[in-house]
Design a protein around this ligand. Structure first.
Ligand code: UDP
Ligand code: MG
Length: 303
């Protein structure tokens, strides 16, 4: 059996076209597990239109917006299939790719990754920030995440059972899929622009996800901050000696510019290092509270 897990957040116009498209590319006994991530529009109503006459269309309704990653985890906890697919609900992850993904699973791969090769009309800021993010995460962490990896994947029950063992709070699923290993293959696809609705990922939300991705898979940034501190202090020390001699040779140094530069530069580096430290400490705090990842308000067609 195949399970398709789809997090949805205010996607009322996308539900019908998505489910209809999925039907034509999936086997008859597929379960469609939609996780309503606290939508405030008519998403739930749109789902009910389908779930009323088709018991394979299932829904988990979360009590509020918990974010895409947690919504995905909620869906994964309930997925019953031998093969599981996760995808976005906005048709940017083309259902037409599913047969090829299933073929790869049948060939013996445990994880089938997908990679966006180009999104038409994607914003410049998003494109640049995505590029920088993957460059950064791959250079500082021990895992390798494919550039432009999408949360559109197929994997086997074996992989899911292992992922469900993760008990961490702020899970970064893209990292987890790379961390667990198993035989993996990647398919490229062209992501079409969103037809209905707008992106639910603001630049701020993306930066938080990115920071989580980096700090939950690597301790290197902490060391980089430490190293940067040492290098800058050494530079400041050399500068001090240089100005000492310049002073005695009688050159009066205007001084203000160099002083300000040094102060501002040091201040900036310190703030950055403290912020980074704070992110790791925040991770500890959240982790130690052991709060649930999500709360369920209601379920439809789930036994
Ligand atoms: N999503 C969610 N909760 C959120 C934000 C997004 O469940 O808090 C879902 C959203 O409905 C969509 C998927 O996550 O199915 C990806 O979001 P979106 O398409 O807005 O991101 P983008 O493709 O612009 O990166
Ligand atoms: Mg999208």
């Amino acid at each position: 059996m195949l399970s398709i897990v789809i997090p949805v957040y205010n996607e009322q116009e996308n539900i019908a076209p998505l489910l209809e498209a999925l039907k034509s590319y999936t086997p008859a006994d597929t379960e469609y597990l939609l996780v309503d991530d606290g939508s405030t529009d008519d998403t739930l109503k749109a789902i009910l239109l389908f779930s009323g006459r088709d018991s394979n269309v299932k829904c988990i309704s979360l009590s509020r917006n918990f974010g895409q990653q947690n919504a995905l985890m909620a869906g994964l906890h309930y997925a019953k299939g031998d093969v599981i697919i996760i995808m976005d609900s906005d048709l940017q992850h083309p259902p037409a790719l599913i047969p090829e993904m299933l073929r790869k699973i049948n060939e013996g791969y445990d994880i089938v990754q997908t990679r966006r090769t180009g999104t038409q009309r994607i914003g410049v800021i998003k494109r640049i920030s995505t590029y920088l993010f993957y460059k950064f995460i791959n250079s500082v962490s021990d895992i390798r995440i494919e550039t432009n990896a999408a949360d559109f994947k197929a994997f086997t029950r074996k992989v899911l059972d292992n992922i469900l063992k993760f008990e961490e709070r702020d899970l970064f699923l893209r990292g987890v899929f790379s961390w667990v290993g198993f035989s993996t293959t990647t398919i490229d696809f062209e992501a079409p622009p969103r037809k209905y609705g707008t992106t639910k990922y603001s630049l701020g939300k993306m930066m938080i996800l990115g920071l989580r991705g980096v700090t939950s898979f690597s301790l290197k940034p902490l060391r980089i901050a430490f190293l940067a501190g040492i290098i800058i202090s050494l530079l400041a020390f050399c500068m001090g000696i240089y100005y000492f001699f310049v002073y005695f040779r009688g050159h009066t140094v205007p001084g203000w510019m160099s002083l300000m530069t040094a102060v501002l530069f040091l201040g900036g580096v310190q703030l950055l290092a403290i912020g980074l430290l704070g992110e790791y400490v925040a991770g500890l705090v959240t982790e130690s509270k052991k709060r649930p990842l999500y709360l369920i308000k209601d379920t439809i067609n789930i036994k």
